[in-house]
Design a protein around this ligand. Structure first.
Ligand SMILES: Nc1nc(=O)c2c([nH]1)NC[C@@H]1CN(c3ccc(C(=O)N[C@@H](CCC(=O)O)C(=O)O)cc3)C=[N+]21
Length: 289
């Protein structure tokens, strides 16, 4: 049996470190507040929103949800972003992606005030991740991968990592973060020839393509660590990852490790998001704004 890298323990560790900070903010009259912006009702967005709302309530963080229909015009979404930007009581904004196809996603992402960009969607935040300047926040899911590796004591420096998927939401930023931690990183994608030949040679494989159970045993080898970022819903409506867990887990062997879906990186992502909101809220104390 491969080691199960469950998210609960990682989240508990993050929550434990957040609790005294949230208390200190409360004493100063500041309640950290997260705005959630959603268009339509994509099941992966709804799953995140459920987890985030529960987690925020448990921690003493306020959530304000702004929901638009899937066919709302660009101007309506921009008006929501402007409201979020203008409201000093809102510290961070989580806008679910992908947005519907009629929306100019880059324009909307860049409209969000960089100081409130707790999920690293704006160009300024992404520049910080790519240049490794420490400016802005990385996407929470990318950071969740590193938090999980660190929590379970899995070394990154000098290791071979293959990231499957090159999206700006996760593939590219997580590759850059792993590179900053001195991993040897390969980015593989839909046009990669024989991706399995690459992944089988890796120490760590990050699966982030958003294809339900797309990666079977042929992609993996004994002793590997597999991080499954996928939050997919199969034909039966069941939540599953990008990895065919039941077929792959035995291949990894007792020296291997894998994140389950659900109960894996999703919960850690949520905790990282909360930590980012608290960090922004703390600036109101320091800055004396
Ligand atoms: N800008 C942006 N950043 C994202 O990180 C992002 C996004 N857009 N769009 C939607 C997807 C989806 N996503 C999830 C995160 C956690 C859970 C999660 O915690 N799920 C629970 C299950 C909760 C349930 O469904 O009951 C679990 O995996 O254990 C789910 C989904 C982040 N995404």
């Amino acid at each position: 049996m491969a080691k199960l890298l469950t998210g609960k323990e990682v989240s508990a560790d993050i929550a434990e470190r957040l609790a005294p900070r949230i208390k200190r903010l409360a004493a100063a009259g500041v309640v950290p507040c997260l705005a959630i912006v959603r268009m339509g009702e994509r099941p992966d967005d709804m799953s995140y929103e459920r987890t985030a709302t529960k987690r925020a309530a448990a921690l003493g963080i306020e959530v304000r949800s702004f929901c638009l229909s899937a066919d709302a015009p660009q101007a309506a979404l921009e008006a929501v972003i402007d409201t979020v930007n203008a409201d000093d009581a809102i510290h961070g904004c989580l806008m679910f992606r992908p947005l519907p196809p009629h929306i100019d996603e880059r324009a909307v992402c860049d409209r969000l005030a960089p100081a409130k960009d707790i999920d690293g969607i704006g160009s300024a935040s992404l520049a910080g991740v790519f240049a490794d300047t420490g400016e802005g926040f990385p996407p929470a899911t990318a950071q969740a991968c590193l938090e999980t590796l660190d929590f379970y004591g899995i070394p990154v420096a000098g290791k071979r990592v293959v990231v499957l998927g090159r999206s700006l939401v996760i593939g590219r930023p997580v590759a850059m973060m792993l590179l900053a931690r001195h991993a040897t990183v390969t980015l593989a994608h839909s046009r990669t020839e024989d991706a399995a030949a690459h992944t089988r040679e890796a120490d760590i494989v990050v699966c982030a393509t958003g294809q339900p159970r797309a990666f079977g045993p042929a992609f993996f080898a004994p002793g590997q660590t597999v991080l499954d970022v996928g939050i997919n819903f199969d034909e039966a409506g069941e939540l599953c990852g990008d990895v065919d867990f039941d077929a792959v887990e035995p291949v990894l062997g007792s020296e291997g490790a894998i994140t389950p879906v659900p109960r894996g990186l999703g919960g850690v992502t949520t905790s990282v998001t909360m930590a980012h909101v608290v960090q922004v809220a703390e600036r109101t104390l320091e800055g004396g704004r």
